[in-house]
Ligand binder design. Structure first.
Ligand code: PXP
Length: 238
């Protein structure tokens, strides 16, 4: 069974929607660990729309499980990674206007442009993963850059609109996984995984860890809402 690293970005999204100090993603991380999370993942975006530097710094201090930093490969984020020294950096493409990471990082053909900042991470001894579409050309290019990990983008699988499409995307992921393992890469997977589509991915042999966020945080709202209302009624009753 793969490890589960829980992405807590969307606790911060809720906090930023009101500009309040709560809900604090740091608090959420401690609860996720109590629930069995093997790791915590955060994506401090360039515009800091949800996770802030303060969150990352406190998480690094208090977590008892590995912290993964998802980030764009830009000098400012490499500086933050070097300060924090997370257990893993996962490189993602980032567009300001996107709601979430839309695709894997296209590395084939642009390796030279990536090397300088990548080398700064290597020199700092930070293990690096590249979030990548399940595409053999991209996987080979990632392996050529010398990273120990890739993360297969499960979005196309998760967003399938029919069982046939899901089967098709699942086969593409399974083949990409086998190919990457054959190149000696360690393989994570994630994006869009939810309660109805994770079991099949978790059973694929050889996946190191799943990185899952939105589905878990969304489910937490529902499994927690009844108790939250009951507690408010108790306060009202005095
Ligand atoms: N992996 C990567 C590289 C991501 O960018 C994200 C989204 O931040 C996830 C996993 C988690 O995706 P989701 O929130 O859909 O579970």
């Amino acid at each position: 069974m793969p490890l589960l690293s829980v992405n807590i970005d969307h606790i911060a999204t809720l906090r930023e929607a009101r500009g309040t100090p709560y809900p604090d993603p740091v608090h959420g991380a401690t609860l996720a660990v109590l629930g069995g999370a093997d790791g915590i993942t955060v994506h401090p975006r360039e515009d800091r729309r949800h996770i802030k530097d303060r969150d990352v710094r406190i998480l690094k201090q208090i977590l008892t499980v590995p912290l993964t930093l998802e980030m764009a490969l830009i000098p400012q984020m490499v500086d933050l990674a070097k300060e924090i020294s997370p257990a893993l950096v996962t490189l993602v493409p980032e567009k300001r206007a996107e709601l979430t990471t839309e695709g894997g990082l296209a590395v084939a053909g642009v390796e030279e442009r990536l090397r300088a900042e990548l080398q700064r991470l290597f020199d700092a001894g930070i293990p690096v993963s590249i979030f990548i579409d399940p595409d053999k050309t991209q996987i080979k290019a990632a392996a050529g850059l010398g990273v120990p990990f890739i993360e297969l983008h499960t979005g196309a699988y998760a967003n399938s609109r029919s069982p046939q499409e899901e089967d098709h995307e699942f086969r593409i992921l399974a083949e990409a996984l086998e190919f990457a393992l054959g190149l000696g890469l360690k393989v994570n997977a994630g994006h869009g995984l939810h309660y109805h589509n994770t079991a099949r991915i978790a059973r694929l042999p050889g996946i190191h860890a799943l990185h899952t966020g939105h589905g878990i945080i969304a489910h937490a709202v529902f499994v927690g809402l009844e108790r939250a209302v009951r507690e408010m009624k108790e306060i009202m009753r005095g």
